[in-house]
Design a protein. Structure first.
Length: 295
């Protein structure tokens, strides 16, 4: 392997004193859309990576860990999977996972950044695997908030694959009480709302807990689940929200039966993995139970 000084490096900063360095073997794209900085690079360990505003969004070799975790617990618990809505998800991998289930009659994906969608189609076709061309896919380039205000369709599952609500993020306006109430109004009876919900590491779980506390005002069940994503170099958290079902209570047999109906084989998720996802460490359970800041 060449010496480190021969490599170009992508450095992701998780805190002012913490960094993860990725050696870059090729830069496929680096530029700016109307909404954010965009880069697609190739790395020796993780393959191709999509980077938005300096943060890793997904990598070729482990994106299925993230996307199977985001999608399948929610679809397994939803009373009706025929209509699904994705907020964000520009790479097309969330769309791919939803469309693997034959119960899905239509999946609507709304992403504000058409540049990211187009670049993903060009440079990251492994992510979508033809999902953008599936006749059940309705892909809308536009503001997810405006779409939900103007469109009164109801969905058995709503999946939020938006970037974190940082001050300079295009997703920032989609994380507040008004928007959470609007999302719930678009859920069909028995529906599940699931969202990627920031990091769950012991030193950096405050944003996740803030999301959970806020969503408890809107749903009977708000359940955290967590998995380690190697490209992110941290435990990543998700939230499942429903008035009908607590996804943590779904038995492995139910999950395995659900997975048996999916097209193709899962890389990561099954009944045993489901139990692991919802087995939270004690520090996170204590943080989630404590009172604190909401949106």
């Amino acid at each position: 392997m060449p010496k480190t000084e021969h490599w170009q490096w992508y450095v992701e900063e998780s805190a002012p004193t913490e960094q993860h360095h990725h050696a870059i073997s090729q830069v496929h794209f680096a530029g700016r859309s109307e909404f954010q900085q965009v880069a697609i690079v190739e790395t020796p360990v993780f393959g191709k990576m999509l980077i938005l505003d300096g943060d890793t969004q997904s990598s070729q070799h482990d994106e299925k860990i993230y996307h199977e975790t985001l999608v399948h617990p929610a679809l397994a618990g939803a009373a009706d999977r025929s209509e699904v809505l994705i907020l964000g998800g520009g790479e097309g991998a969330t769309l791919r996972e939803v469309l693997r289930h034959p119960d899905v009659a239509r999946c609507t994906m709304v992403d504000i950044d058409g540049v990211v969608v187009d670049l993903s189609k060009r440079y990251l076709p492994e992510w979508s695997q033809g999902a953008f061309d599936d006749p059940r896919a309705r892909v809308i380039i536009g503001d997810a908030l405006a779409f939900m205000r103007d469109n009164e369709d109801r969905y058995g599952a709503i999946i939020s694959d938006l970037t974190e609500p940082l001050e300079d993020s295009p997703s920032n306006l989609l994380f507040n009480e008004e928007v959470f109430a609007l999302i719930k109004s678009r859920l069909a009876p028995g529906g599940v709302y699931v969202l990627q919900a920031s990091t769950a590491s012991f030193h950096n779980a405050s944003l996740h807990c803030k999301m959970a506390r806020t969503l408890r005002k809107h749903y009977r069940y708000v359940t955290s689940f967590v998995t380690y994503v190697p490209a992110f170099d941290t435990d990543w958290a998700f939230l499942a929200c429903s008035d009908r079902v607590d996804l943590a209570t779904l038995e492995p047999e139910i999950i395995d039966t659900y997975c048996a109906h999916l097209r193709g084989e899962n890389f990561f998720y099954d009944g045993m993995t489901h139990r692991r996802l919802f087995s939270l460490p004690r520090y996170l359970r204590r943080m989630l139970a404590a009172s604190g800041e909401t949106f």
